[in-house]
Ligand binder design. Structure first.
Ligand code: PEP
Length: 255
């Protein structure tokens, strides 16, 4: 079984101007030490308008923090007013692109098919997609959570050239931004189910390599319980990642 390095991703969503984003990444780097980066890969996902500034800050200050974008279009270029393509993000030294976040599925009509097209575009440009999946409260209460999540994983990962490069973020919709996190046991079980599904579709090498994150009201007080689960390899953090003190404490959960 391959060693999976924990991955902590701060999703800043539609927050922070480029000036504020520079300060946030500087404060985060100031709080982290070499050992933190040895133990976990640390990534921030600012808004598109802040990517270049954060990229330059990271490079100039030789920070070990990685960069992610929050979305992309699946076409390389063309008449898609307002959209940003994967090659554009690759040029900004993004390592990751979040695709299929539940806010995009819910508010912007992103389907499994669109998520799959975006994941393929991200991989084709040498980056890794962070594919978000998760059930709504109604689906969980109806006993459909497992079926919903596994079918999202299957659809998002179909016909990928490098499925082993993917990151999957299990984010129950009802836990995002609500302060109501999933029970670590439930999240751990869902991560195991996701890995089994990946094993079935793509084989053991891929399944053992793919990192599965938990997301949904992660904070410094609950991260340790999630990270104790065998199949959870990190976290996708929204609200708490806007505060460098809190995000640093999440990264350093093992201390
Ligand atoms: C997210 O946006 O992916 C998320 C998990 O948000 P929060 O941590 O605020 O629940």
């Amino acid at each position: 079984m391959s060693e999976r390095k924990p991955l902590m991703v701060g999703n800043w969503k539609m927050n922070a101007s480029h000036l504020e984003a520079i300060q946030m990444v500087q404060k985060l780097a100031y709080r982290l030490e070499t050992e933190d980066y040895q133990r976990a890969e640390v990534v921030v996902a600012p808004a598109f308008t802040a990517l270049r500034s954060v990229q330059l800050t990271i490079e100039q200050d030789h920070m070990l923090i990685g960069l992610a974008a929050q979305d992309c279009h699946w076409e390389e270029s063309g008449a898609f007013t307002g959209e940003v393509s994967a090659p554009m993000l690759a040029k900004l030294a993004c390592r990751y692109v979040i695709v299929g976040h539940s806010e995009r599925r819910r508010m912007f009509g992103e389907t499994d098919e669109i998520v799959n097209k975006k994941a393929r575009a991200v991989l084709a440009n040498g980056m890794s997609p962070i594919i978000c999946v998760g059930e709504t409260l109604e689906e969980r209460e109806a006993g459909d959570a497992e079926q919903v999540v596994t079918s999202q994983v299957k659809a998002a990962m179909s016909r990928l050239d490098q499925p082993g490069e993917v990151v999957v973020a299990y984010e129950p919709v009802w836990a995002i931004g609500t302060g109501r996190n999933a029970l670590p046991d439930d999240a751990g079980l869902m991560a195991e189910i996701i890995r089994d599904k990946i094993r079935e579709a793509h084989g053991s090498d891929v399944a053992d390599r793919v990192r599965i994150l938990y997301g949904g009201s992660v904070n410094p007080g609950n991260i340790k319980d999630f990270m104790a689960k065998k199949h959870i390899d990190g976290a996708l953090v929204g609200g708490a990642s806007l505060d460098p003190d809190q995000f640093a404490a999440i990264v350093r959960y093992w201390r």
